[in-house]
Design a protein around this ligand. Structure first.
Ligand code: SF4
Length: 233
């Protein structure tokens, strides 16, 4: 078995508790119009070309053993800081079997694991991966099905799937926080905020994240058009 990743970011400080290594996995069933990791959407290997002509390949395959070995290089620093490894993407649950295999190797070596997910994944995959995690960041991008379909895609039923997975997460005992990417004019009104808090559920920690204005440049490097109007600078 191999998995496909597009970045390993060491010493990450915002992807969970302590100092972390974040693994970005290729492939996502959604197409959020503001996605700031468009190189993570397609499962295919892609090339990003910068304005100066330099290019970088996005997408490398690893076996679970090879990836775990690479991640364990920083095991001591992660342990001392209360950190660990975070699986991100793309949507890490699109490669659920691979994430499970890597997480099991890491956990056997005493490394704590966290997941960043849109929740748009089959319930069996979601539960199998989440139950191996020490912490989960669960995205809530929109708070109604029509808006979700319009801005995130994913087909019929994707929003309902996210809500079912979130409901299971609430009762799972796995520590988690809900993250909302605040997109100007899409989901950032006071009424939107209130709706997100209600949807997350009583007592659930909700982090409202500012819009990432660096996204359009990555689309240009992939030869794609940024789906949202570019923000004024
Ligand atoms: S779920 Fe995440 S990776 Fe997938 S399209 Fe949306 S923002 Fe991008």
């Amino acid at each position: 078995m191999t998995g496909r990743i597009f970045e390993i970011r060491e010493f990450a400080l915002h992807d969970g508790p302590g100092v972390r290594t974040t693994v970005f996995l290729k492939g996502c069933p959604l197409r959020c119009a503001w996605c700031h990791n468009p190189e993570g959407q397609s499962p295919a290997v892609e090339t990003m070309r910068r304005k100066d002509g330099a290019s970088a390949v996005c997408g490398e395959d690893r076996t679970p053993d090879a990836l775990a070995k690479e991640l364990l290089v920083n095991a001591d620093i992660m342990e001392q800081s209360g950190g660990g490894v975070t699986f991100s993407g793309g949507e890490p649950l699109a490669q659920a079997g691979f994430v499970i295999a890597v997480a099991d190797l890491l956990r056997a070596a005493g490394v704590r694991c966290a997941l960043e997910t849109s929740g748009a994944a089959p319930e069996d995959d979601y539960r199998a991966v989440v139950s191996r995690m020490d912490f989960v960041y669960q995205d809530l991008k929109l708070h109604d099905a029509d808006a979700f379909r319009k801005w995130c895609g994913g087909g019929e039923g994707a929003f309902g799937l996210v809500l079912r997975n979130l409901a299971w997460l609430r009762g799972s005992g796995v520590p988690f926080a809900v993250r909302v990417p605040c997109i100007p004019g899409v989901n950032d009104s006071p009424a939107d905020r209130e709706a997100f808090l209600v949807l997350a559920g009583p007592g659930v920690a909700v982090e409202f994240l500012p819009y990432n204005a660096a996204a359009p440049a990555k689309y240009r490097m992939l030869g794609r058009k940024f789906p949202l109007a570019e923000p004024e600078r």
